[in-house]
Write a protein that binds this ligand. Structure first.
Ligand SMILES: Cc1cc2nc3c(=O)[nH]c(=O)nc-3n(C[C@H](O)[C@H](O)[C@H](O)COP(=O)(O)OP(=O)(O)OC[C@H]3O[C@@H](n4cnc5c(N)ncnc54)[C@H](O)[C@@H]3O)c2cc1C
Length: 456
């Protein structure tokens, strides 16, 4: 039995930073990884997908070259090179995390699957580790629901997509949310035929209806087939083809393609961790139950990142580590509820989001004002030839606080931060409205939009 001050399970987006904080504070730390250093974001999530989105954007712009007066000849995508570029970017990041941890003073790295043996003990293979503080950062994996015939067909998930170094002729994507849409658009741009099957009545249902329909229009405009109100109920093989059967009121009851990507949600890696031996409580979906400072109900055990169900992003996992570090080491009672929801969808153009949606503001029944502007009325977007999408912002009519915003358009993932930071500063929207922004940018139209607010 080796005794530590702290044990961290998982090297995703919270664990390594927390290991750094705790070991710098003088604690003897053990960190355990069963697979790839850096976890989902680095190996099968954000970093490799955004590298691939960049290749898809290059292909798309090359195809549009003539619109800009640039002749490129016929555009060919070499999927082996796309994958090699992605692997190099992701690999560099993975090695960076691994060498950082291995060089970290007072930190010991274990390779293997960690399991709780008691509230204070963890086993990794034959090793037994003990600590007064244990941090769970085990992340999640693609959910594969029990669908009829799924065992008869080969399917891809976000993880196995990372090995694709060829062009699927016709990629069926089941699931019209963030992951499905990003992969769907990139493969259409690489040259595959793509069909997205979504059981809901619109894509990316958590967003407002106008956002969903603008995104559908963008994807369909590039040739992607979008099937809505189509519940995928089973799969089979017909020769080389994969058949997805759909329960739908209109359209064909079958979609046939050459490859199948399941992007129907994620599940936490909490089922093989021996949590029962530690007495750690899970909710009905398998997420670790934590309080606002990420403590489980067992004193001395915390859960951070995707596995606590309080966020599903790299920045929420990293923020979890900052919250735990601040509470333990800085006497600073930071909380999850201090943060403002913010994320991006990396289709092109991207969607940047902060705070409440319009639907949520309407439900609250607050007296609010709304400003909108299509990208066709943003000079920078016109100059770039990227005028799809629109932006909108909601403010409280009484307090003048910004309640939320969505920027679907070129640079939307960056522009949203000028709004997000003012929300964190709890400043009234008039601060941004009066700010002098740089011309020509997308951001320069945010003050203009705020000058044209209308009652919601
Ligand atoms: C396709 C895709 C694209 C994404 N794009 C974005 C994006 O653009 N922006 C964004 O913010 N987020 C994105 N995400 C989400 C983001 O990747 C996750 O939110 C983030 O990685 C969560 O970090 P984490 O630390 O909670 O867990 P993870 O990164 O999943 O890390 C958990 C680690 O724990 C290890 N582990 C698990 N169980 C054990 C065990 N028992 N013993 C030892 N080790 C264990 C795992 O091997 C893994 O390395 C994307 C996700 C996917 C799937």
């Amino acid at each position: 039995m080796t005794i530590y001050d702290a044990i961290i399970i998982g090297t995703g987006q919270a664990g390594p930073f927390l290991a750094h904080r705790l070991s710098t504070a003088g604690m003897k730390v053990a960190i355990i990884e069963r697979k790839l250093f850096g976890g989902t974001c680095v190996n099968t999530g954000c970093i490799p997908t955004k590298a691939m989105v960049a290749s898809a954007y290059a292909a798309h712009m090359a195809q549009r070259g003539a619109e800009y007066g640039v002749s490129t000849g016929s555009v060919k995508v070499d999927m082996k090179q796309v994958k090699a570029r992605k692997d190099a970017i992701s690999g560099q990041s993975r090695m960076g995390v691994e060498s950082w941890l291995k060089k970290m003073e007072k930190c010991t790295v274990y390779a293997g699957h960690a399991r709780f043996e008691s509230p204070r003990e963890v086993s990794v293979g034959a090793e037994r580790l003990m600590a007064e503080r244990i941090f769970i950062n085990v992340g999640g994996r693609a959910a594969v629901p029990p669908m009829a015939g799924i065992e008869q067909v080969e399917y891809l998930t976000n993880s196995s997509m990372m090995n694709v170094d060829f062009l699927p002729e016709h990629l069926i994507v089941v699931g019209g949310s963030y992951i499905g849409l990003e992969f769907g658009q990139m493969f259409q741009r690489f040259g595959s035929k793509v069909t997205i099957i979504e059981m809901a009545e619109r894509l990316i249902q958590r967003e407002d209806e106008d956002i969903s329909s603008a995104i559908k229009e963008i994807l369909e405009g590039e040739g992607i087939q979008v099937r809505l109100n189509a519940k995928c109920v089973g799969f089979s093989k017909r020769g080389e083809e994969i058949i997805a059967r759909v329960d739908c009121a209109s359209g064909a009851p079958e979609v046939s393609g050459t490859h199948l990507l399941l992007a129907v949600g994620r599940r936490p890696n909490t089922d093989d961790l021996g949590l029962d031996k530690a007495g750690v409580e899970l909710d009905e979906r398998g997420y670790v139950v934590v309080d606002d400072q990420l403590r489980t109900r067992v004193p001395g055990i915390w859960a951070l990142g995707d596995c606590n169900g309080k966020g599903a992003f790299t920045h929420t996992a990293f923020n979890d580590a900052e919250i735990v570090g601040a509470n333990l080491l800085d006497n600073d009672p930071r909380r999850v509820s201090d943060r403002i929801a913010a994320y991006a969808l990396y289709i092109d153009p991207p969607l940047g989001r902060a705070g409440l949606t319009e639907t949520e503001v309407r439900k609250l029944g607050r007296s609010a004002l709304i400003g909108t502007r299509p990208m066709t009325r943003v000079g920078r977007a016109i100059e770039k030839g990227e005028t799809q999408g629109f932006m909108k912002i909601l403010v409280d009519a009484q307090t003048r606080a910004i309640l939320g915003a969505a920027i679907l358009g070129t640079g939307g993932d960056e522009v949203i931060h000028s709004i997000l930071d003012v929300m964190y500063a709890k400043a009234p929207y008039t601060v941004v409205q009066r700010a002098m922004h740089i011309h020509p940018t997308v951001s320069e139209l945010v003050p203009t939009m705020l000058g044209e607010l209308q009652p919601l």
